[in-house]
Write a protein that binds this ligand. Sequence first.
Ligand SMILES: Cc1cc2nc3c(=O)[nH]c(=O)nc-3n(C[C@H](O)[C@H](O)[C@H](O)COP(=O)(O)OP(=O)(O)OC[C@H]3O[C@@H](n4cnc5c(N)ncnc54)[C@H](O)[C@@H]3O)c2cc1C
Length: 295
Amino acid sequence: MKVTDHIAQANGTLISLMEFKPAFINVTYHRSEHVFKKRADGTFEKVIIRKRPGTESICAAIMNKYTVDTVPHLICGGFSVNETEDALINLRYLGIDNVLVLRGDAAKNETAFEPEPDGHKYASDLLRQVANLNAGIYLEDDLKGTQKTEFCIGVAGYPEKHFEAPNMDTDLLYLKAKVDAGADYIITQMFFDNAKYYEFVKACRAIGINVPIIPGLKPVYSKKQLTNLPKTFHIDLPADLANEMLKCKTDEEVEKIGQDWLLMQSIDLKKNGVPVLHYYTLGKPHVVANVVKGL
Ligand SMILES: Cc1cc2nc3c(=O)[nH]c(=O)nc-3n(C[C@H](O)[C@H](O)[C@H](O)COP(=O)(O)OP(=O)(O)OC[C@H]3O[C@@H](n4cnc5c(N)ncnc54)[C@H](O)[C@@H]3O)c2cc1C
């Protein structure tokens, strides 16, 4: 079932965590990494590393085991357009109705994102390929026996602006281009100040973006994150939250403050009628579980 159908049929705000019968679960995509291994003769060999199950397999396993809808993330980085088409055909075969379409970040050895020679540069380009497949348009005109796919397509939005965008207005116009090209809903980057989400939704509505905008939420649970999260995700942590955390003596105290903050954000968002509370668990599912129990 599609994310948008879940939203349309819901009686209230949906959540996404197994214990609480989530409507759907997102599975991120991590592109393969390469390392250079030294050979006996002193030269180096490039080796691609990917020692974990892929996004497709995890989605299929979740659906099999728990009968919950999944949303695999699909990125431009590392994929040619042909590989993307194959991935989409596989997803359809597995009965997966949803994809979250993203560009992906620069690979570890790159300073800026570089598309594959025969790959997509922006999420909107990838999105057009998915929309084409939904219209029955495959890469090869003469492919026999093709069928239309029916993917529900999500895209990313940034309440605090994507870090490469020159300004918020330009970023919003590119977001609108993704919606105009067929995105059914938006999931936001994490934010820690709900006012930023509300302002973002208002700005989106003002330029004619009318699809659901799902807030992305994440707990802060260590002092290190006070510097790591802004550095990695280009977001701000409010002074009240940061100051409280800096006073903490133990990790447990920090985690408790992060949990209370997330609960406060979640209660407020739910009260304001957001369609879904989407949590990035990132290795700390118990914190998110405590928050959802408190809702
Ligand atoms: C909810 C969420 C989930 C994520 N999951 C993953 C994941 O699973 N795997 C992963 O690798 N990464 C993931 N990311 C990170 C994401 O890949 C990065 O934030 C990436 O840098 C941008 O992706 P995008 O889809 O927003 O890109 P785009 O929409 O392509 O935008 C990238 C930048 O280009 C600009 N832009 C867009 N279109 C154009 C255009 N036509 N011309 C010029 N500029 C343009 C935008 O303003 C922006 O600055 C996720 C992010 C979010 C918010």
